[in-house]
Design a protein around this ligand. Structure first.
Ligand SMILES: C[S@@+](CC[C@H](N)C(=O)[O-])C[C@H]1O[C@@H](n2cnc3c(N)ncnc32)[C@H](O)[C@@H]1O
Length: 240
C-alpha cells in the first residue's frame, strides 16, 4: 500500500467507508445522504473505472465493494481529489453485504467487471456468477434494475451467459440474446487493459431484473450453496 492510499484510508474511511460486518441492514439513503438510486459494484480493483463512472453520472450513487485494502485507499483518494460525493467504499465480502446488509429491492443496478476468472476446473465453484449468486442478486435488485457483467475470460463469459439466460429473475437486454456491445458508459478497466494486451476477447452482458420470477428461489434450488468466493490468498487468481 502506498503512503497516499494509507493516508486516504485514515482520513476518509469514517466519512465514506462501510465496514462489511454482516451485523445490520444499511439504510442506503442515510449512507449517501440522499435518495438517489444506488448501484453496487463488486470487485472494483484500484477503482479508476469506478471513479470515472461516478464523475460521469453524479445522480447515481455507487456502493463499491472490494476486499483489497490498497484499492480502497486508491478509490477514496480518487473520490476526494475529484470531488465525488456519490461513492461509498465497502471493505469485505460482497456476498455478506448483499445477504445480511442490503434490503430487498434496494439496488438500482449491479456491476461486476472482470471478476476473478478462476480458470482451473477445480476452482470453477469459486466463480462469483453462479445460479445461487443470481438468486441473491435478484432479491436485492429492484424490478427493472440491470446487472452488468464484463469479462475477458471467454469460458467464464459463456458461463455467465448461460446462467443469466436460464435465471427466471432476469432477461437479456439484447433483443436477440447473447453478449452486448460494450456500452459507452463503461470505461476500460485496469484488468481489462491487461487482458487486451494478452489478446483476450472482452464480452459484456446486460440483463434486466424482471418484475416476477424471484419468489421462493432459494427454497426451490436444490444444489448446495457454493463455497466462499472471496479471493483466496493461497491461490491467487490468474489471468483476467
Ligand atoms: C480481477 S479483479 C478486477 C478488478 C477491476 N474490476 C478491474 O477490472 O480492474 C477482481 C476484484 O474482485 C475482488 N473480489 C473478489 N471476490 C470478492 C468478493 N467476494 N467481495 C468483494 N470483492 C471481491 C478482488 O479483490 C479483486 O480486486
Amino acid at each position: 500500500m502506498t503512503a497516499g492510499q494509507a493516508d486516504a484510508l485514515q482520513r476518509l474511511w469514517s466519512k465514506w467507508g462501510l465496514d462489511i460486518d454482516g451485523q445490520r441492514v444499511v439504510d442506503l439513503g442515510e449512507l449517501f445522504g440522499n435518495g438517489n438510486p444506488v448501484v453496487l459494484e463488486i470487485g472494483f480493483g484500484m477503482g479508476e473505472a469506478t471513479a470515472r463512472m461516478a464523475a460521469a453520472d453524479p445522480g447515481t450513487n455507487i456502493l463499491a465493494v472490494d476486499v483489497h485494502t490498497p484499492g480502497q485507499g486508491n478509490l477514496l483518494n480518487l473520490a476526494d481529489q475529484n470531488g465525488l460525493s456519490n461513492i461509498r467504499v465497502g471493505n469485505g465480502d460482497a456476498i455478506i453485504l448483499m445477504r445480511e446488509m442490503l434490503a430487498p429491492d434496494s439496488l438500482a443496478g449491479l456491476r461486476v467487471y472482470f471478476p476473478d476468472p478462476w480458470p482451473k476446473k477445480r476452482h470453477h465453484k469459486r466463480r462469483l456468477i453462479q445460479p445461487e449468486f443470481l438468486d441473491l442478486a435478484a432479491t436485492r435488485l429492484g424490478p427493472g434494475a440491470v446487472v452488468h457483467c464484463a469479462t475477458d475470460w471467454e469460458p467464464y463469459a459463456e458461463q455467465m451467459l448461460e446462467v443469466l439466460t436460464a435465471h427466471p429473475g432476469f432477461e437479456n437486454t439484447q433483443p436477440g440474446g447473447g453478449f452486448a456491445p460494450r456500452p459507452e458508459f463503461r470505461p476500460l478497466t485496469r484488468f481489462e487493459g491487461q487482458g487486451l494486451e494478452k489478446g483476450h476477447v472482452v464480452n459484456d452482458l446486460l440483463f434486466r431484473r424482471v418484475e416476477h420470477g424471484v419468489e421462493h428461489l432459494a427454497e426451490q434450488r436444490t444444489e448446495q450453496p457454493a463455497e466462499q468466493r472471496v479471493a483466496h490468498k493461497d491461490q491467487p487468481p490468474t489471468g483476467a
